[in-house]
Write a protein that binds this ligand. Structure first.
Ligand code: F6P
Length: 495
């Protein structure tokens, strides 16, 4: 089969440039790359369609055609969308229907034929699929990854900005209008968990676009872990280098008498929704936890906890809060910061730290799926993870636990969850084995690719009851603009 992945945000290249350095280079890129490669290795022809960027600040994305060494069936196809400069995903809506999709159609016309099936990722990739389908493109599946309505809910709950201000910055009206079309026109909507299907797609903002109770519209296909990188039993080429780096960090940040203690490792992007501050508070408020373990924060690009070079104002603010907590609670000598820049380095750190009976922590306020803890578990680190979102399905099945779930808003619960593992050798061992086994049995990219294939082999375009595509996406002039009406009809005039 010839399959197109439409993923406009971020970019793809053989070096996986900028991964985790910017919100548009997050887990979604890992997902798309890995499913594409798994399908390619099964003999299918796969094109990852993304945006061409010619920007000296973001080098590496200039060529129209690119690929991955040793993966002859997978192409990266970069096509113009909104000029040469790198632009964050929120600012790219005007050029989807007017430039990117016409360029996709023209690219395959030049090739003399196109894919039989497409798969759209995030609201923008999904809308592009719908627009392409309208112009004769193939039927498609839609994978939302993260939906705008829940993000808007979370931001409004913080009470810092009005609906109008949030829309001005994030363009929620465009995003939610695009998501509604993307899910409504799709042959199938693919979600990572049942919870995602019912909770995220059941939001009032998507009423009339899709009914989460309708089985024929959905397929749950969980993502997987790259076992070539994260396998606990397969040493990697970076092992010695990262072990030396970890030793240096322990020597620099951790008091000599504590250097043999297990570590609680947190390796999320510095983003308020990842709730680093909640984790540090849990550590700060529990003398028992401090006696049992050190806290290690992996922050890409941060040389140490005090350096702020290359970090955005929001990232700096989070580190400032952590430093203030460390000062107030006397955490110096118990907390360290390490910069790990690639998946290989992360995997090596997991393997190294698992030999010290360490624990992976992800206490995000909400985690749509939660691939990072599964990667850590594959590499031998048991995980303590937010109970909000996907982890409640991947780490628990009936009475069986594969990781420890905690309430991210309750520092005492976080500390108790961590102590369950760092405080008991037996529990640590039990969770380390159960966690790794769970990944091997349920969460590999081959299984994900087979899930996609089983849907794609029988995919038919939705023919009836399609929502109209808002004019804005075909003529993004101010008169056709998507005003706040869609948002105020759902959220009222919240401030
Ligand atoms: O990379 C994971 C991911 O969920 C992406 O799908 C998306 O780019 C980002 O994180 C979250 O996006 P948003 O904050 O716009 O919902």
């Amino acid at each position: 089969m010839h399959i197109a992945f439409l993923n406009r945000q971020g970019n793809f290249d053989p070096q996986d440039r900028y991964w985790t350095e910017h919100p548009d280079f997050g887990g979604q890129l890992v997902y798309v790359k890995e499913v594409a490669l798994a399908l390619g290795r099964m003999g299918h022809r796969v094109d990852i369609l993304t945006r061409r960027i010619v920007d000296p600040q973001w080098p590496g994305f200039e060529a129209e055609l690119d690929g991955y060494p040793g993966e002859p069936n997978v192409r990266i196809v970069r096509l113009a969308c909104g000029g040469d400069a790198f632009l964050r995903k929120e600012d790219l809506w005007p050029w989807l229907g007017t430039e990117w999709v016409p360029n996709i159609a023209a690219f395959y016309r030049r090739e003399g034929g196109g894919p039989q099936v497409a798969t759209g990722h995030y609201g923008d990739g999904g809308l592009a699929c719908a627009l392409w389908q309208e112009r004769g493109g193939p039927p498609y599946t839609f994978t939302g990854h993260s939906l705008g309505a829940q993000k808007l809910d979370r931001l409004l709950a913080q009470g810092k900005q009005s609906l109008e201000d949030l829309d001005a910055h994030y363009h929620f009206a465009r995003r939610i209008a695009a998501e509604r079309v993307a899910m409504n026109h799709a042959g199938r909507v693919i979600t990572s968990t049942c919870q995602e299907r019912f909770e995220q797609y059941g939001h009032p903002a998507y009423r009339g676009a899709v009914d989460p109770a309708e089985d024929a519209r959905f397929r749950v296909v969980p993502p997987g872990v790259n076992m070539r990188i994260f396998d606990a039993e397969t040493p990697g080429p970076q092992d010695q280098h990262v072990a030396a780096l970890l030793e240096q960090v322990l020597e620099r940040d951790i008091a000599p008498e504590r250097r043999d203690l297990p570590a609680v490792l947190c390796s999320s992007r510095l983003d308020s929704k990842k709730n680093h501050v909640g984790l540090v508070s849990a550590f700060a408020e529990s003398a028992e936890l401090q006696a049992a373990a050190n806290l290690l924060l992996a922050v890409r690009g941060a040389q140490d906890i005090h350096s702020r070079e290359g970090l955005s104002p929001a990232e700096r603010a989070i580190l400032d809060e952590i430093v203030a907590l460390a000062e107030a609670h006397g955490l110096w000598g118990k907390i360290g910061v390490i910069s790990l820049v690639s998946q290989q380095e992360l995997a090596t750190a997991y393997r190294y730290l698992s030999c010290r009976r360490s624990v992976f922590a992800l206490t995000a306020l909400y985690e749509p799926f939660g691939l990072a803890p599964l990667e850590a578990m594959a590499a031998g680190l048991p995980a303590v993870v937010t109970r909000n979102g996907g982890p409640s399905e991947s780490l628990r099945e009936g009475d069986r636990e594969f990781g420890v779930l905690v309430d991210p808003t309750d520092p005492q619960d976080i500390a108790a969850g961590l102590l369950r593992l760092v405080g008991s050798e037996e529990e640590w061992q039990r969770f380390a084995e159960a966690g790794r086994q769970r990944v091997l049995e349920r969460y590999t990219w081959d299984r994900t690719a087979l899930g996609y294939l089983s849907v794609m082999e029988r995919l038919v375009p939705r023919s009836e009851g399609r929502l109209p595509i808002p004019e804005y996406f075909l003529d993004p002039t101010p008169e056709k603009g998507l005003g706040l009406d869609l948002l105020t009809s759902i959220w009222g005039t919240q401030t």
